[in-house]
Design a protein around this ligand. Structure first.
Ligand code: MOS
Length: 706
């Protein structure tokens, strides 16, 4: 650590392998469920087998007599928690996480008990032997097109915004498109399942967890259990993916309850199958787009309305109609998000919540409108570039969408593309290309950081960031090194510990930007003090920062990242199989801190876009109310053989209002990717696919119904 020279370098913007990469590939890095504890007990969650009703009884006595079993927690004996609060993200807690508080069962897979035993195997065997009697009631899990109970929900702004006379503008339009698009229920499935260990240590509650923000989890657990926040510590050192699913969930709460009752460390790990009902998911959507344009493609009318679902116990909305408010202007501009409550688990944030399904509909519709106008789809978008936020009227902090399309078109070889569908062949395969815009909000939130000059000449950064696989730890190392005018090798970054103080979560593509702001502020002040001759005592010299004021002073603007997605597909008309042959994404997403890990983020998002376009679909059984195949055999995700070479690059687009120039890149890679593929499938076959995933059976039968 001290061998590298203390030289000034420009580390931000140069490729660095992950600072914890060696630990990860050698197994030295330990994940939440791998950290050993003395006297550790293992909890196994028992989930309901009915989709609606009441728990009549839990036959815990026979299970308590089984080998190693220490406790069976359920609604009849579990500690009470307080759910009457508003959490860090401005919403009340999801009752699904506040386990064992009542006898009601609102969906299949609802946590009804935790069996705790000396070993994981004993806990599992006892949990599987536990008999729970239910009073079953009829359930409704059908996400129908016209549900009578659908209602509008405000989420990041008003649910419904209606500017201008839509019907009049549609009537006056030369070209009109009216189409419905649907996306299915989709699941995050991070590689590392949710896992938490809770223990009381000298009057302090410790939770070793896999989450997207220890402050988030700590603050909510403190409220649930009515604890002084200082009496609780949450750590989350390495996280094998989160994608929005790793907030406060049943496993942490159940582990805390059991550790409290038994006064010994208790670990609760979700199985892959349990994650399908306990970890949240992306709601299915039904979206209607009505676009009206002049003959030259200028939009007169834009209507985007979206229906998604939530559970009967908690309100979460997939805001698919939201991005249209930023993307395109129209004389009449109507957007609406509506929700229906069904007897299903509560959905949650999943990579690009709202934008991922919303962009499929919006960017498919733009491709259809371009076809109707006889315009190139890129030209249609360029002609509809707004000067200011189409609904907000606010200036953009930067809007480099046309530049992304220009560079993308050049690199992809878009020029000279024959717009006619269904005319290119490679043997029996039909070939096509498609494009779509990508977009995602750029935001920052208050964070704190501490940077210490050590007596040996190295530096230690403590910031309560979480690296859920994004490379945040490495990015922060580079940011700190530049601010300290030293080499990254002389900087160590500690993250994932609520004792480090408040910091934003790894979410909303806001993590690295929010933390980097705080790290840079503390590091720069430390460097100045050292330059002025401050001496470093043996315990080190520490400077702390808090960006609350600076972030709060940001002027209101439309702040977003943008991108252009391109895809080429080959469709086999004999089997209905769609294969993506190549993809290109060009992004304007702020200053890129670490090109190596950033490229991985974009490619990961685009890969998920392939998966969303062609594979992913959780199917709910009308009869039982549960899933068919709630595992990675039944739920298809893109595998290596499905993913072609994906090319990613970016244009220079530093955020003028961010100290490092960052905008955030965690989510934009998936946005527009499925639309680009669907548009390419149309170009190949002449058939529009408005329902995801584009399965072989849909390709085979679509033309026949047209
Ligand atoms: Mo992301 S869906 O904000 O983790």
């Amino acid at each position: 650590m001290t061998t590298a020279p203390a030289a000034r370098r420009n580390s931000v913007g140069t490729a660095h392998t992950r600072v914890e990469g060696r630990d990860k590939v050698t197994g030295t890095a330990r994940y939440a469920a791998e950290i050993p504890f003395d006297e550790l007990a293992h909890g196994w969650l028992v989930l309901s087998t009915v989709a609606r009703g009441r728990i009549r009884s839990v036959e815990d006595a026979p299970v308590l007599a089984m080998p190693g079993v220490a406790a069976v927690l359920h609604h009849g004996n579990a500690p009470r928690v307080d759910t009457d609060y508003v959490g860090l993200l401005g919403v009340p807690p999801d009752p699904t996480a506040a386990v064992f508080q009542h006898d009601r069962v609102p969906h299949l897979g609802w946590p009804v008990a935790l069996v705790v035993a000396d070993t994981s195997e004993q806990a599992r065997e006892a949990a599987e032997a536990l008999v729970v009697h239910y009073e079953q009631e009829p359930h409704d899990v059908d996400f129908a097109a016209e549900h009578p109970d659908a209602y509008p929900v405000d989420n990041h702004g008003p649910a419904v915004i209606e500017n201008g006379d839509l019907e009049a503008e549609l009537a006056a339009s030369d070209v009109v498109l009216d189409a419905e698009y649907t996306t299915p229920e989709e699941h995050h499935n991070p590689m590392e399942p949710h896992a938490a260990t809770a223990l009381w240590d000298g009057g302090r509650l410790e939770i070793v967890d896999s989450n997207q923000g220890t402050m988030w989890v700590a603050s909510e657990l403190a409220k649930l259990f009515s604890l002084d926040p200082a009496s609780l510590r949450v750590r989350s050192e390495h996280v094998g993916g989160g994608f929005g699913s790793k907030g406060v969930r049943a496993h942490q709460v159940a582990a805390v309850m059991a550790a409290t009752v038994l006064q010994r460390p208790v670990r609760v790990v979700m199985t892959r199958r349990q994650m399908f009902s306990l970890a949240g998911y992306r709601s299915p959507t039904r979206q209607r787009l009505r676009l009206g344009a002049d003959a030259d493609g200028r939009l007169r009318a834009l209507e985007h309305s979206s229906l998604s679902l939530t559970s009967t116990v908690h309100e979460f909305m997939e805001s698919a109609a939201l991005p249209a408010r930023t993307m395109y202007g129209a004389d009449a501009h109507h957007t609406a998000n509506r929700l229906v409550r069904l007897d299903v688990p509560t959905p949650t944030w999943m990579r690009a919540p709202g934008e991922a399904p919303g962009s499929f509909a919006l960017e498919s519709a733009f491709d259809e409108l371009a076809e109707k106008c006889g315009l190139d789809p890129i030209e249609l978008r360029v002609r509809n570039e707004p000067e200011r936020g189409p609904v907000s009227g606010l200036p953009f902090s930067g809007r480099n969408l046309p530049a992304c399309f220009r560079e993308g078109a050049r690199r992809f070889g878009w020029e000279g593309r024959d717009p006619r569908p269904g005319v290119r062949r490679d043997g029996r395969l039909l070939l096509g290309t498609g494009t779509a815009a990508a977009f995602f909000p750029a935001g920052s939130a208050p964070s704190t950081a501490a940077v210490t000059a050590e007596a040996d000449g190295t530096f230690t950064v403590r910031v309560n960031a979480t690296d859920i696989g994004t490379g945040a730890r490495t990015a922060l190392t580079l940011v700190a090194a530049d601010a300290l005018e030293t080499a990254p090798e002389r900087v160590r970054v500690h993250i994932g510990d609520s004792d480090f103080g408040p910091a934003f979560i790894a979410g909303g593509s806001m993590g690295t930007r929010s933390w980097a702001w705080a790290v840079k502020a503390a590091a720069e002040e430390l460097r100045e003090r050292l330059a002025l001759g401050a001496t470093v005592p043996p315990e080190g010299l520490t400077v702390r920062s808090d960006t609350t004021e600076a972030v709060g002073a940001l002027a209101p603007k439309e702040r977003h990242s943008f991108g252009a997605q391109f895809a080429e597909v080959a469709v086999d008309p004999a089997t209905g199989e769609v294969r993506v042959r190549r993809m290109l994404g060009i992004f304007a997403a702020g200053r890129i801190v670490n090109p190596l890990t950033a490229r991985g983020q974009f490619i990961g998002g685009m890969t998920w876009g392939i998966s969303m376009a062609l594979h992913e679909e959780a199917v709910r059984d009308h009869g039982t109310g549960g899933h068919y195949g709630a595992d990675l055999a039944g739920y298809h995700v893109a595998a290596h053989a499905d993913v072609p070479p994906i090319e990613v690059d970016w244009i220079d687009d530093p955020d003028p209002d961010d100290p490092v120039g960052i905008k955030g890149i965690g989510e934009i890679g998936i946005v527009g990717a499925a639309a680009a593929i669907a548009n390419a499938v149309w170009h190949a076959t002449g058939v529009r696919h408005r329902h995801l995933p584009i399965r072989p059976d849909r390709v085979l039968t679509a033309g026949r119904h047209a």
